[in-house]
Design a binder for this molecule. Sequence first.
Ligand code: GLC
Length: 482
Amino acid sequence: MTGKDLPFHHRKHDEEVLPHATKKTMADHLRKYESLFTLTPQRMRMIVDAFEETLDKGLQKFGEVVPMIPTYVFGWPKGSETGSYLALDLGGTNLRVCLVMLQGDGKFEITQTKYRLSEEQKQEEGELLFDFCAKCLKTFVDSYLADFDLQGAAIPLGFTFSYPCEQERIDHGKLIRWTKGFGNLNVEGHDVAAMFRHSLEKFEVPIQLTSLINDTTGTLIASHYVNPRTRIGVIFGTGCNAAYMEKIGNIPKIKNLGLPDDGEMAINCEWGAFDSFTHEHLPRTKYDIDIDQSSNKPDEQAFEKLISGRYLGEIFRLVVCEMIDDGSIFLGQNTYKLEKPYVLETAFLSLMEADPTDELLTVVGIFTHFYGLETTLAERQFFRALARLIGTRAARLSACGIAAIVSKMGYLNEGCDVAADGSLYSKYPGFPERVHQGLVDIFGPKGQNIRTVHAEDGSGVGSAIIAAMTNERREAGIFPNC
Ligand code: GLC
């Protein structure tokens, strides 16, 4: 909805109830936020150019802001990988344990258990977090694999650890920095694979950690297993990131390994870090700056903070709080419940945008039920339009990231599929369509050649496929030190 579509707001009735409300109409407010949150095609193209340069830089040397991490996942799966693998997925919100049975021919079966991580668990001593992972895995193995004849062998496990890790080989990964609000102590700078192995030994879990991967790499590989047109894997969830397949010859920083130039390796971009520290390219509003500065990692993950599900609800809340402060809304009501950071979840933005009723009854419900606040119809229309602005900006910035990889790799003319996953992509109404529109705004009609497709379960199935690929590669003696 644009400002023009917003019905004119007669405050007559409200003014009787709320005599101090400002005269400014909600439509006026909306116009202001429209100009703050709208990204023009021209601005998007500028972002894409800077993004592409940054991606190239990350491949040149270690320690760049966008680290372009070599994953030691060599090339695409064949689709014929088979066998049973465990996958452990430490994402942003949940811990998941999966048993994946790869049946070849692009088919698989999966059994899984999910645990929600508490906020305390995200901040405690790192060793405790990995102990928790090992204990969950043990419970799973005891209940699902008790009848499995392992013939003395340890079960191969793919560990999906979705944070930036610099890898020396596939079963190693030094955490560069926590993202997505995690802050567990004594993990940054350490090899998380070794820490996890230590916990597995402590609790005597009969598991062999075969590979450590990122959710984006898993998404790329799992989707290619079933759809070989896949070229890029992206996650739009609690965090935001992408992976793609690169020619080894185009990764100068690993030249010393002596790998064949014409071979291929997946790169975990960690693009959430784009524009961190310098803040030169992205259009940040004061709400974005506020979120950034009060986060546990100020100045980091600049791109992610404008896009991912962890932050969109909070951006919305900060705008609303500003309007409360300047007396534009909720005068005379007690707003303390809404004044607590992060109480407004991105899922509420999805619900507001999806509200099918003329009276916007879902929006009524959210504000009364969760925050004890009464709203007028004009306010609710404004809230929905604001959610739309924030959600659309996120989708259009996401399109910029995808466009940078497409343009760098020359995929535009031929077209390709982009495997996408995460709550924002799969649950936020209109998100995929807005990304597509963004790609067309950047590239013109050819942007339609780039399709996003809801991905297979990259963190579970992808992890298993990569464990299988790694075992095969090791058995064949290929790149044994990787
Ligand atoms: C954050 C993490 C990254 C992950 C993404 C999506 O950006 O740093 O590793 O892929 O979130 O989960």
